[in-house]
Write a protein that binds this ligand. Structure first.
Ligand code: SAH
Ligand code: SF4
Ligand code: F3S
Length: 477
């Protein structure tokens, strides 16, 4: 993986402190290299959403500065870090599975390996208790608010000789400008806000990510200008609910205004954002999307359920009709725009009629992709104690029936792209065949096409010739 550095800081003094710890660890690692001829290796796994992945880019940037080199093999690492997710139970089970394996790894292969756990799952007391009791081979545990302290925590671990737990309940300050390693050279994620205030009744994110905090527009713009100067062409603006960006700033700025400012930055050719909450999607924002030539005409607009009653109990603050009307306005303003969504099946009390409403929204909106989830009970959320939890077999059956409705629609919507010539940002060489490149269209469709790797990072005109439902085959023109 190619390394791309950018500078993204905790509050300045804090950053300076951590940079000093980084220097000390680097010295140790350099000495180790002189003695053994081997470089210490790190393995990093992001297990959650795009924010989680972006946090990992910062962790990796710090580890790189400390003189660790990346390995893709867990079984070969001296430092292993899992950035965890807890949005659904599956995500947590995966972490416990890994921890079981790691115990064996440390005992049998590398007793000096450092194991670090961080991210959303660590913000829950019950999880910390379990780790204290059952997984004593973990070395470092920290949460979502203090990831910039990684260097300090590594040193603290060396000194104390026992597991370090450092979990904060809220953010003190937004630490800007941490070192970071981007996963892609030509596209980058940029946090515009942290946390969430919405408290959808099923969702644990507000409890583990804290209240909504927006970054200052000038900090965001400066970061994007630096990315553009470093060759980045596409930025993804990240927040749990980008549509409410800027409301809590001293000088409030709307998300629509921010989009217009980002649109002015030279060198940036594409702007994406996620996630939009339907309740905050204003006419001003639709207008800004329409008028900003760099904003991709693709919108991720989760609806979760088509039933107004379920939406009310989910605390989503819109009705089925509000949602459909919003989609109508978006499509009218931007013909050809593609929409994607998130859907939950089996929320407590969901009846067959409620479920039919969900299918109705799928049929009416016609999504290009949808992320579909079976409701997962999250302890501490209001939905967890609601009556009428839907039996597993009923949910499973609904989930399958939903895919039967959804997949043909996704196929048909994709079919509309066939024959078009579009610009594809060439991102990577295909892993199986080095003559094939992979990239994305403005509408976020994945395209494989024959081309030389020198094209990577360019906007390549490609004719879409075949629709494979979840990706396309294209031909350079
Ligand atoms: N902030 C974003 C989404 C964050 S979580 C938004 O509001 O759209 C991503 C998706 O996970 C959610 O959209 C929802 O569909 C799903 N999700 C969240 N909590 C869940 C739960 N308890 N069970 C199943 N799916 C859940
Ligand atoms: Fe969770 Fe709702 Fe916030 Fe999204 S908007 S993160 S679903 S509480
Ligand atoms: Fe993301 Fe999972 Fe946390 S979805 S915000 S990593 S709980």
């Amino acid at each position: 993986m190619e390394k791309q550095r950018t500078v993204a800081i905790p509050a300045e003094a804090e950053l300076a402190r951590q940079m000093e710890y980084i220097r000390q660890i680097r010295q140790q690692n350099d000495e180790y290299f002189k003695k053994t001829g081997e470089q210490k290796k790190f393995y990093s796994l992001a297990m959650g959403c795009q924010m989680n992945a972006h946090d990992s880019e910062k962790l990796e940037g710090m580890l790189d500065e400390m003189g660790y080199i990346r390995t893709e093999e867990e079984t070969d690492a001296d430092f292993i870090i899992y950035n965890t997710c807890c949005v659904r139970e599956n995500a947590e089970l995966k972490v416990y599975g890994k921890l079981g394996w790691l115990k064996h790894y440390k005992e049998s292969k590398n007793p000096n390996a450092i194991v670090a756990l961080c991210g959303c799952m660590m913000q829950q007391d019950t999880v910390l208790e379990t780790i204290r009791k059952k997984y004593r081979h973990v070395d470092l545990v920290f949460g979502t608010f203090n990831l910039y302290k990684l260097p300090e925590l590594i040193l603290a671990r060396q000194e104390s000789g026992s597991t370090i737990f450092d979990i904060w309940q809220q953010q003190e300050e937004i630490v800007e400008d941490l070192p970071s390693i981007r996963h892609f050279p030509y596209k980058a994620s940029v946090n515009i806000m942290f946390g969430c205030n919405n408290f959808c009744s099923y969702c644990i994110v507000p409890y583990v990510r804290g209240r909504e905090r927006s970054r200052e527009p000038e900090d965001i713009l400066q970061e994007i200008r630096a990315l553009a100067a470093d060759g980045v062409k596409e930025v993804m603006l990240l927040g749990q609910n980008v549509n409410s960006y800027g409301k809590t700033l001293e000088h409030p700025v709307s998300f629509a205004q921010l989009l217009r400012m980002v649109n002015e930055i030279d060198g940036i050719e594409r702007i994406r954002f996620m996630t939009s909450h339907p309740k905050d999607m204003s006419d001003e924002l639709i207008q800004a999307m329409k008028e900003c030539d760099k904003v991709c005409k693709n919108l991720h607009l989760p609806f979760q359920s088509g039933s107004t009653e379920i939406l009310r109990r989910m605390n989503r603050k819109y009705t089925k009709e509000d949602y459909l009307e919003l989609v109508r306005k978006v499509k009218e303003a931007m013909p050809g725009i593609t929409l994607s969504t998130d859907i939950i099946v089996g929320f407590p009390g969901e009846t067959e009629e409620d479920f039919q409403e969900t299918l109705d929204v799928i049929r009416k909106v016609r999504y290009c992709t949808a992320f579909t989830f079976i409701y997962s009970k999250r302890t501490g959320t209001p939905a967890a104690t609601m009556e009428n939890q839907v039996p597993e077999d009923v949910v499973k059956d609904r989930f399958d029936r939903m895919l039967h409705v959804l997949n043909p629609i996704v196929h048909e919507v994709s079919e509309e792209q066939v024959g078009r010539t579009v610009l594809v940002l060439a991102e990577e060489v295909n892993k199986q065949d080095e003559h094939i490149l992979t990239g994305r269209t403005e509408e976020n469709g994945l395209v494989h096409f024959a081309g030389d790797k020198s094209l990577i990072g360019q906007m390549v005109p490609v004719k879409i010739i075949e629709n494979k439902t979840f990706y396309f085959i294209g031909e350079r023109v």
